[in-house]
Ligand binder design. Structure first.
Ligand code: PLP
Length: 450
């Protein structure tokens, strides 16, 4: 059943074989079922087997699967663009389709670079991003990403990137400062980095609005992104927000930046855009950037074979229609509050759960060896990976993050259940998670701390 030639599975030979999915449940070839509490990797926002999305894809396939964009556009791509722009942050009136998150980030980086070349500021060549961030695995995205472990062996990376601190309230806010003051301190750190590089040498600041895969969901403190936006404006630097993971409704608003009261210059989306039914991503761009291309060289110098793929667009359009028709953004907020209460009951007093943080249906759970000191477990234990295995044994999918990250380590898991999860399913998820955590910790020597 399992080929010896699949390279991406080489280290995980004992993987179960997924054969079907319905709602929030996946079933493997042995008939075992798993609650998809992470939506894969924060992808499956409508769960599995959604009839409306499948019908839309079938209808599109029957008509036309693919027409290359250098010859044709398609009605479905145009309609999806209109739908995304109708609900986009202010001033974002342009969409560039790609096939996934890394491609979206690459496209955004190139858009920003080309923009400054076209307006006569080619000397801007630095990006600033944050440590403990993840923006994808292609070389440009890896360069802006702030996870040293992922970057190290691929150095030198292709573009110059300076990294500043992430917004990590649980660990980095001092006891003598408010959340707002902590946010201002981070903005001051960014300002110092800009001044060091030269305000007229920086292209863009790149950040996930709500941090995802690397540190188990990092929510911004109040005022942080407003401060970042003002700073970028003062220096003429673009703000690129990466909402590949946290966007498309995951946090309870369509775009996470809506909750921060900021509008970026470029916004990357993917994952929940296609809901896992098709690979699709996009960059939403401010009009003035695209106008610069139109009036200048005439085009953004980019392109991929599958951009605007008709079936992918049909899937994404159907996902958007279901979210709107079924009022799923409000449901995400409501279920998010229920999930938070369930976490409080299950982990409020748990000696090894240091922090549970999130928004909507996007949550991170941080494990600690000692709650009072917030000391991490020894990274060699690879607790996050053990926990993933234990959760799978319980019939639960959670997304692990951990190991040493820029000299900081920790074990986190990320939960991103489908928007259609019922209260009972959420209760089951938290129950199984608690069981998996306790079983995992029971197998770990108590004093094995970092
Ligand atoms: N950006 C963020 C914030 C992500 O979380 C991810 C993937 O996890 C990516 C970019 C890369 O997306 P993809 O894996 O679709 O290339």
């Amino acid at each position: 059943m399992q080929s010896s030639h699949v390279f991406h599975r080489q280290l995980l030979q004992d993987m179960p074989v997924a054969v079907s999915g319905k709602g929030i449940t996946l079933t493997d070839s042995q008939g075992k079922t798993y609650l998809d509490a992470s939506g894969g990797a924060a992808v499956s926002c409508l769960g599995h087997g959604h009839p409306d999305v499948i019908a839309a894809m079938h209808a599109q396939l029957d008509q036309l699967a693919y027409a290359h964009t250098s010859f044709f556009t398609t009605a479905v791509a145009e309609e999806l663009a209109d739908t995304l722009i109708d609900t986009a942050p202010q001033g974002m009136s342009n969409v560039y389709f790609v096939s996934g998150g890394s491609e979206a980030v690459e496209a955004a980086l190139k858009m920003a670079r080309q923009y400054f070349v076209e307006i006569g500021q080619p000397q801007r060549e630095h990006f600033i991003a944050r440590r403990q961030s993840y923006h994808g695995n292609t070389l440009g995205a890896l360069a802006v990403g702030g996870n040293a472990w992922r970057r190290e062996q691929f150095k030198p990376l292709l573009i110059e990137v300076e990294h500043v601190s992430p917004c990590y309230e649980y660990r980095d806010k001092r006891a003598d400062e408010t959340a707002e003051q902590y946010g201002q301190r981070l903005v001051a750190e960014l300002e110092a980095a800009i001044e060091r590089l030269g305000g007229d040498k920086v292209i863009a600041f790149v950040a996930e609005t709500v941090g995802g895969a690397t540190a188990g969901v990092l929510t911004p403190v109040p005022g942080y992104f407003k401060g970042v936006r003002e700073l970028c404006d003062r220096h003429g630097i673009l703000l690129i927000l990466d909402e590949v993971m946290c966007g498309m409704g995951r946090t309870g608003t369509l775009h996470a930046c809506e909750q921060e009261g900021v509008v970026p210059d470029l916004l990357t989306i993917a994952k929940g855009l296609g809901g896992g039914y098709q690979p699709i991503g996009a960059v939403l761009a401010q009009n003035r950037i695209v106008e610069t291309f139109r009036k200048g060289s005439g085009l953004f110098q980019h392109g991929h074979t599958y951009l605007g793929h008709a079936v992918a667009c049909a899937a994404a359009l159907a996902v958007q229609r279901v979210i709107q028709r079924d009022g799923l953004l409000a449901q995400v907020r409501e279920r998010g509050a229920q999930l938070q209460a369930l976490f409080q009951d299950a982990f409020g007093e748990h000696p090894h759960v240091g922090d549970v943080r999130g928004r909507g249906l996007f949550w991170g759970v941080e494990l600690v060896a000692d709650r009072a000191s917030k000391q991490w477990f020894d990274p060699e234990l690879k607790l996050h990976a053990r926990l993933k295995r234990a959760a799978m044994a319980e019939g639960l999918m959670v997304y692990p993050a951990g190991g040493s990250v820029d000299g900081r380590c920790g074990d986190h898991i990320l939960l991103a259940p489908p928007f259609i999860s019922t209260p009972d399913e959420l209760a089951q998820i938290v129950h199984r998670l608690r069981t998996a955590i306790d079983k995992t910790l029971a197998g770990v020597p108590k004093l094995a701390t970092a």
